[in-house]
Structure formats: C-alpha cells, structure tokens
Design a protein around this ligand. Structure first.
Ligand code: FAD
Ligand code: NAD
Length: 476
C-alpha cells in the first residue's frame, strides 16, 4: 500500500510528465507519478510514446538504415569497397529494443534517485484533487494531492475508411516493429513520421509511395527548405504524391489496394503494408472523473493558459495533451516549468523558440518564423543563406547538400527564424535556438568565433551573408 497523500501527482510518465515529477521532487515536494504504458511484451515501461514507440526507436532505426544506405551508395566515393553488404532486420530490431529498454529503466532509476514514488497502472483525476490509481491487479486506491499534473500524451489518428488492423494497416508504432522489409509500402501523410519512417524502409529496399492530402509539401516548413527537401526525398526514391485524397482500401491476396483521387483523377495503388501517419490526437481516455472542472477544447486538447494551468483548482496539464506542437522537448519544458511554478518559482516557456527537427538525410531543422510568415507579418527583413557546398567540413564529409538560412529584421537586426537543411541540421539548430532565446542579432552571430572546419561555420557565414559581409561565399 502506497502512502496516499502527496504534494504533486503527475499522471503520465512521458517526456512531459516524468521531467515534471523530477523537477517537483528537486523542489522538495512529495511527488508520485503514475503511468500505464505497456510494451509489446506486456510489461509496464516509463517514458511514454517518445521513448517506447516514438523518438527513440525511430532514431535507432533511422541510424541503422542510414548506415546501410551510406555503405551501399556513398562509401565508394571514399575509395571504400563495401562488397557483399547485407543487413539483418532482426538484429536492427533487437538493438532498437535494447536501447528502448535501457532508457525506460533509466527513468525508473531517475525517479528513485529523485525520490519520486513511481506507480504503474491507470490514473484518473477525481473531483477535489483526488486521483484514483488502478494497479495491474485491478486494485484501486484513492490518492490525494495539493497539485495534479495531467500529462497523458497523444495517440495516432486513424482513417475511418481504413481502421488499423495491426497487420497490413498499421500506425507508426506498427511501422517501427516490422520484422521484414515490406516489398511495397504506402505511407499516408507526408508529415514528420511519414518522411522519417518512409526513409527507414526505403533505405532498406522497400518501394515506398507516400500519399499526402495537401498540394503543398512540408507546409509547416520554410518553403525554400521544403523544395530542397523534396528533391532529396525523390533522389532517395520516395514516391511522394501530393494532393492525394485517400478514399478507402480493400484487401486481397495481392495486398492492400488504396483508392485515392488527385488533380488528375481517380487512382489506385496496391501495396503489402500501409502506414497511416496523418497526425496524432490528444489522449484523455478515462482520465477525467465527474466534476473535476477540467475542460477540453473542440479538438479534445485539455484547455490551459500560457503557464499550463487548466483553470480547475490546482490542476495543470502539459505535453501533447495541450495546445502547441507535439514535440518531446516542448512537453519537457512545460513539465519542468510546472514543477517549478508549483514550488512558487518564477519561470516560463518561450514558445517562440521551439526547435523542430526532421531526422531524415539530409536533416531538416528550424526555429522561429519561416520566410513566408515573416513576409506575411509585413516586417521588413533580410536573408542570409549559405550552401553547405561552400563548407569545407561538409565537403570533407561528402555531405554538401542543403543550406543554412537566417532571416532577420531590417530595423533592429533581430534573428526571426533559422532554417537548416543539411548534415547534422538537428545539432546545428541548437545554436540558433540559444541565439533566439537571448534575442540575438545577426551581428551577435557574426561576431562569435566558430571553430574551423565545422558545420557550424555555415550559420556564421549565413549571418554574415544577411549583411553582405560573408567571407567564404560571394555576397550578392
Ligand atoms: P506521451 O509520450 O504520449 O506520454 C504519455 C504517457 O501517459 C504514456 O506513457 C501513457 O501511457 C500515459 N498515460 C496516459 N493516460 C494515462 C492514465 N490515465 N493513467 C496513467 N498513465 C497514462 N518528438 C520529438 O520531439 N522528436 C522526435 O524525434 C519525435 N519522434 C517521434 C516519432 C514517432 C514515431 C512518434 C509517434 C512521435 C515522435 N515524437 C517526437 C513526438 C513525441 O513522441 C511526443 O511529442 C511526446 O512523446 C509527447 O510527450 P507526452 O509526455 O506529452 O506524452
Ligand atoms: P504531421 O502533422 O507531422 O503530418 C501529417 C501529414 O498527414 C500532414 O502533412 C497532413 O497534411 C497529412 N494528412 C492528414 N490527413 C491526411 C489524409 N487523410 N490523407 C493523406 N494525408 C493526410 O503528423 P505525423 O507525421 O503523424 O506526426 C505526429 C506528431 O508527431 C507530429 O506532431 C510531429 O511533430 C510528431 N513527430 C515529431 C517528430 C520529430 O520531431 N522528428 C518525428 C515524428 C513525429
């Protein structure tokens, strides 16, 4: 029997919930964190979607498939002959599962070290800041807390015309668990998941068709980056079909036949597996009891203010289950903020500096406004764009594709957005996030020394280019 009175109870131990619990405990509060996630082996695991079925396993498979792909198509130029190259999906999957398992155990260890009471099973908020905890054996206990934090995350969206069957029509988790490379794969949705998981299986040899409903590719990205990205995805062999409205599917011995309509009429495509990656929805299944006062918006997100207060007593909500981008680091910062606010500290999340990264090859990363958004705002702006082709390090790495682009205000030189497509873009963007966090100008970046030869020089030169003062690229 657990002690039942806490200062803070967090429901959900994904990347939003577990950092919240740890930070609250660091602030000397008595904390419990409840999580019900079970992996395919039927065992409970902390870490939520991100660790068990999202960020981490996808990056493990992206790494394995990228290594194979590079050995296959890029090593020759280095003078390395990789003959007789082969891969084993089972080994890749085993490596991935090991990383996931170790990471989940790591969170249990972090809870222990921080003094968080880790509870497995279902949590439900009841009126009066009480939380019902149902353990694996079905036994329930009611806990009380001064503060409750809801961090129940999100779930994949399903197409009504094509429900998941766990075999031929799967969600992103299913696509991370394939035990063999499908010969023909269709991914519905050319968003982040579609592009990352489409890349994994394409690199390993699948014929991949991506059906995207919108006419515009990567609508949320800077369109100069999106255009460059599309070129590279096509080169990889991803058959991306834009403006494709999927009508339904039928299955027979030849596979799954999808019907869709695009600008040129009705079409079909027959494949062995379908991954539906059309976005995720907030998850609040059996989370809220009667009379809690917590409200959902029309799309099912828990309503919160800029500090993640729900407006119901001392109930807070963080991560994918509230408004904003569904990103692990956004949830983490919200969780940490709430862990501090509950303890009476002054803090905030800067929603203007949330980085986005697509872990494809080349990588895509950005922070702040796109050029289209800045243009629409009416503010006069300048742009510096430096191609990796002109970077000595990128050329030495045989990774000259892409560019780093900085958009800054003309009036006060403040950096408004940074967009990178190219090698290690996901790492390079951190400098831009820090710069924007400190409201830096391009002059601040121009006057900052960057080691040579590094990829980070691309950002330095892009900042210089914004004022036509670049050294390693002609200023036009
Ligand atoms: P979740 O991670 O979903 O965690 C919520 C937890 O709460 C779960 O464990 C759930 O079981 C538990 N829970 C829910 N209800 C209850 C309840 N009533 N009682 C007890 N427990 C409950 N984001 C990135 O930033 N970078 C990436 O590279 C990235 N890659 C991704 C790849 C894939 C394939 C997917 C699907 C997502 C990816 N994401 C990525 C998104 C990222 O996973 C989410 O933004 C993140 O997991 C959200 O964190 P969260 O804590 O809000 O929710
Ligand atoms: P997404 O919103 O990124 O992309 C969904 C895509 O599907 C969009 O392009 C949309 O236009 C399209 N679409 C929607 N309905 C469709 C339909 N009926 N037919 C064809 N296309 C349709 O969503 P996602 O890729 O499913 O990812 C879910 C969430 O997970 C995202 O919020 C994302 O931020 C997060 N995620 C992040 C990362 C990362 O940070 N690297 C990786 C994976 C997932």
């Amino acid at each position: 029997m657990t002690d039942t009175a806490f200062d803070v109870i967090v429901i959900g131990a994904g990347p939003a919930g577990y950092p919240c619990a740890i930070r609250a405990a660091q602030n000397k509060l008595k904390v419990a964190c409840i999580d019900e996630w079970k992996n395919l082996d039927g065992k409970y695991a902390f870490g939520g979607t991100c660790l068990n079925a999202g960020c981490i396993p996808s990056k493990a498979l992206l790494e394995s498939s990228e290594l194979y792909h590079r050995a296959n198509v890029e090593f020759a130029v280095h003078g390395i002959q990789a003959t007789g190259l082969a891969f084993d999906v089972a080994t890749m999957q085993k490596r991935k599962a090991g990383i996931v398992k170790a990471s989940a155990q790591g969170i249990a260890g972090l809870f222990k070290a921080a003094g968080v009471t880790a509870l497995q099973g279902h949590g439900k908020l009841l009126a009066g800041n009480r939380v019902e905890h149902t353990a694996a054996d079905g036994k329930t206990q009611v806990l009380t807390a001064r503060h409750v934090v809801l961090a129940s995350g999100s779930a994949p969206m399903e197409l009504q015309s094509m429900p998941f069957d766990g075999k031929a029509i799967v969600d992103s988790w299913g696509a991370l668990e394939f035990d063999a490379v499908p010969k023909r794969l269709c991914v519905i949705g050319a968003g982040v998941i579609g592009l990352e998981l489409g890349s994994v299986w394409r690199r390993l040899g699948a014929e991949v068709v991506v059906l995207e409903a919108l006419e515009q590719f990567l609508f949320m990205a800077d369109q100069q980056v999106a255009k460059e990205a599309l070129k590279h995805f096509k080169k990889l062999g991803l058959d991306i079909r834009l403006g494709a409205k999927v009508g339904g599917a039928s299955q027979d011995r030849d596979g799954v036949t999808l019907r869709y309509t695009d600008a040129s009429g009705d079409k079909t495509v027959t494949v062995d597996k379908v991954v539906v990656a059309i976005g995720r929805r907030p998850y609040t299944g059996d989370l809220l009891g009667e009379g809690t006062g917590v409200e959902l918006d029309e799309r099912g997100f828990i309503k919160v203010d800029h500090e993640c207060r729900t407006g119901a007593g001392n109930v807070w909500a963080v991560g994918d289950v509230v408004r904003g981008p569904m990103l692990a680091h956004k949830g983490k910062e919200e969780g940490v903020m709430v862990g501090d606010l509950i303890a009476g500290l002054v803090t905030e999340v800067n929603y203007d500096a949330v980085p986005s990264v697509v872990y494809t090859a080349p990588e895509i990363a950005w922070v702040g406004q796109t050029e289209e958004q800045v243009k629409a705002s009416g503010r006069a702006y300048k742009v510096g764009s430096f191609p990796f082709m002109a970077s000595g390090r990128a050329r030495a790495m045989e990774a000259p594709a892409g560019f780093a682009k900085i958009i800054a205000a003309v009036d006060d030189d403040e950096i408004l957005g940074v967009h990178i497509i190219g090698p290690m873009a996901g790492e390079l963007i951190a400098e831009a996030v820090l710069a924007m966090e400190y409201s830096a100008s391009t002059e601040d970046l121009q006057r900052t020394m960057h080691a040579h030869p590094t990829l980070s020089e691309a950002l330095h030169e892009a900042a210089l280019l914004a004022d036509k003062r670049a050294i390693d690229f002609p200023n036009k």
